[in-house]
Write a protein that binds this ligand. Structure first.
Ligand SMILES: [Zn+2]
Length: 104
């Protein structure tokens, strides 16, 4: 579980090393998403905006891994999505949500 806590901390502090952030910091790398090859890979696209990640979310809900329907609007960003999920309270399984983010 420490890995997941560190990963969540990295998301919250915009420290996930996506292709977009690596390219922005000078790493000679293609900054585009390796799945759709259209958008720049940032955390919002990687975890919410990409069609592949959206399929992961849909499958997680379909198979009852998550008991929520995440917002897919890339405008809200990953932090707002996590905040909304936590604010919704009830029985949202935050640990499962983080595991899914890790899996993506
Ligand atoms: Zn993509």
């Amino acid at each position: 579980m420490p890995k997941l806590k560190i990963f969540l901390w990295q998301i919250c502090h915009a420290l996930v090393h996506t292709r977009g952030t690596l390219a922005q910091r000078g790493t000679p790398i293609d900054c585009h998403c390796p799945f759709c090859h259209i958008m720049i890979e940032d955390t919002t696209h990687l975890f919410l905006g990409c069609a592949i990640s959206q399929d992961c979310w849909r499958l997680a809900v379909f198979h009852n891994w998550l008991n929520m329907n995440p917002q897919f609007d890339p405008q809200i960003g990953i932090l707002q999505m996590l905040s909304d999920a936590k604010a919704a309270g009830l029985a949202i399984k935050m640990d499962r949500l983080v595991v899914l983010l890790w899996g993506i």
